[in-house]
Design a protein around this ligand. Sequence first.
Ligand SMILES: O=C(O)CCC(=O)C(=O)O
Length: 297
Amino acid sequence: MLTPEQVKFYRQQGYLAVENVIPKKLLVDLCRVTDEFVDKSRSVETHTDVFDLEPNHTAEEPHVRRIKSPANHHSVYDQAMRHPNILNLVSQLIGSGIRQNGHKLNMKNPRSGSPVQWHQDWAFYPHTNDDLLAVGIALDDMRIENSCMMVVPGSHTGPVYNHHQDGVFVGAITEANFTPQGAVPVEVNAGGISLHHVRTLHGSSSNTSSQPRRLFLIQYCAIDAWPILGVTEWNQFNECILQGQLTYQPRMIDLPIRIPRPYGEKEGSIYEVQSLLEEPLFQHNRKTFYKKREISE
Ligand SMILES: O=C(O)CCC(=O)C(=O)O
């Protein structure tokens, strides 16, 4: 269980790191299965329903930047997504009725790894209330050196930023003078988790270190939060309920949203969509913290 101090920290700061959440055996299994997936990626040359590939991916040297929807492809990921150690903590923050609305395993190989530009998850999936958060299961120790996620504390109560450029959704903040003022690293050891609120500003740089960085991200929603962009497949939607009963009375909160979300010439993963961004703050293969402050090359 989270302590009252941890709950207070999450409510005030919009993020939290919790150590020792995933049992050792499950962590070992997650790492092993992930290695197996990377090995399988040798047989593909372009993005698939399972793999999002780094530009330098080859059969000899596989570079996967994301396993898409991993819990749909292997029971070990599904087990982790439903693990009571996680659901009990998430319940304390968004209530006991929980639905998941997506999962992905983001990987940054040593001395490579695409950056994820600053964004708010709320721009991708606004709901009738914002009791939504993402949990990141750390498969490796997450440190600033190997490009752990960065967040701006308290930003979950601030503005909803523009993620559009020339009328299309680019999945990253496009406001001219935006700088992630006060950003901090979310450092956590392998087997621990990060949690961030759906409106918290976050992103991560390229990995210039010699250590890998693998983060299994799972998005959890309060069961009474209804997706404003709608539901395409009703049975599938309900299969995503992890705890609690379906409700026909979504809870509505007065919150800013930005829709619609027309895509430009790039669709697919966040990396693809963000590649249209004209002024990315994180640069490829550089550990740029943000525009005006470079912490290392
Ligand atoms: O992998 C990361 O550091 C952040 C990922 C993220 O925010 C995303 O995939 O939406």
